[in-house]
Design a protein around this ligand. Structure first.
Ligand code: F6R
Length: 365
């Protein structure tokens, strides 16, 4: 049932405020000042020296985002890898380490194999899953459900933002346990998280703006996505969404990598989607944007009000999101990444829910 939407993907995108709210409800303590994991306090972050996160596709980008959170908030070193690389590289698993696997379906063959490789080697096997009864959930010491509900669109949307939500909660819990965030700082972040579904609703109401930008994007053969810090994994996710459902060739780079190669691609036919809230790295991103515009590249800037004010003229399309604490920005900026891809695919007339050559669950290598 598409609940009046043209595609399951559109339905699932609009469900995000509700399912993120639901996930928060499952993990927050009654007073809202603490994160409670299912099955009690089985994960002692004071006894852990490092974390290894493994996944595929969109779930891998959720891990890349979480690396920033665990390192910055909890000062916990994190290594992230693609499951198909990790499993065959047979990396050493250091003691006092948690191995964490993220998977919507819980059945992805490479992720499951990577989990089995770590079993008996890592201190704890933790998974972040949408399907509670899945193989990955069953074979973990601790399975953390994301409460996104059934996801039917092949391109992952609400599962991604719910994965991010649960991973951020876990990072905040780790930070509290390790004493790198004060109790008040934790309560403040959690209260901002509770306000996030309402902020996402505001972004969803900008649907028409994304549609207009997408109409132009649909004319392109290639697109580049740029982001720094927490926005770099989001740029990767935006490029993946676009290629999956619109079949436009898209690549993402950390903004700082632009002049190390990809700038050679910039000409007047190259749209460049820049994801940049006005955070500590904003000015650096503006200078990357100017390099793009000086070569006639078409910049689509996704930012907030202060970013829009600070960005110079010459921007092709400006999309202004509500402001959020920079820590939460990846969850909010997932919305424009999804809606740009969605409307581009609709404009091109591709099969949004069943893109060619793709399966929802990849249970073979
Ligand atoms: C992208 C997408 C895929 C999956 C990947 C992992 O939109 O859906 O990249 O994210 O195949 O799948 P799960 O999360 O089921 O392990």
């Amino acid at each position: 049932d598409k609940a009046g939407h043209k595609h399951f993907m559109a339905k699932e995108i609009t469900e995000q405020p509700a399912v993120i709210g639901d996930a928060l409800g499952h993990y927050l303590s009654a007073d809202g000042r603490d994160v409670i994991l299912p099955g009690g306090d089985g994960l002692d972050f004071t006894q852990i020296d490092r974390m290894t996160m493994v996944a595929c596709g969109t779930a891998y980008y959720a891990c890349l985002t979480a690396k920033y959170w665990f390192e910055q908030l909890a000062r916990l070193p994190v290594e992230v890898d693609i499951a198909s690389e990790f499993r065959y590289r047979e990396p050493p698993i250091p003691p006092r380490g948690v191995a964490l696997f993220v998977s919507q379906s819980g059945e992805t063959a490479d992720t499951l194999a990577a989990l089995r490789y770590c079993a008996g080697k890592a201190e704890r096997i933790v998974s972040v899953v949408n399907v509670d009864e899945s193989s990955i959930a069953r074979e973990s010491d601790l399975a953390l459900p994301i409460h996104a509900g059934v996801e039917i669109g092949v391109a992952s949307t609400k599962a991604f933002t719910c994965q991010l939500t649960v991973l951020l909660l876990l990072a905040i819990k780790a930070a509290k346990a390790r004493g790198t965030l004060s109790e008040d700082a934790v309560a403040d972040l959690l209260s901002k998280l509770r306000g996030l579904p309402a902020t996402i609703n505001i972004a969803l109401e900008m649907d028409d703006d994304f549609k207009k930008a997408a109409r132009r994007l649909a004319e392109a053969d290639n697109a580049l996505f740029l982001g720094r810090g927490l926005m770099y994994p989001l740029a990767l996710e935006g490029a993946l969404k676009l290629k999956e459902i619109s079949y436009i060739h898209a690549e993402a780079y950390a903004s700082g990598e632009l002049k190390h190669g990809p700038i050679a691609l910039i000409d007047k036919r190259m749209p460049v989607v820049v994801m940049a809230p006005r955070d500590a790295l904003f000015d650096k991103t503006v200078s990357n944007m100017q390099e793009v515009m000086a070569r006639d590249g078409k910049v689509i800037l996704i930012t907030d009000r202060r970013g829009a004010e600070a960005a110079d003229g010459g921007i092709w399309r400006l999309l202004t999101l509500p402001e959020v604490d920079p820590v939460l920005s990846p969850i909010l900026y997932a919305i424009p990444a999804q809606l740009l891809a969605y409307h581009t695919a609709v404009a091109k007339g591709t099969d949004v829910d069943q893109p060619r050559n793709l399966a929802k669950s990849v249970t073979v290598e």
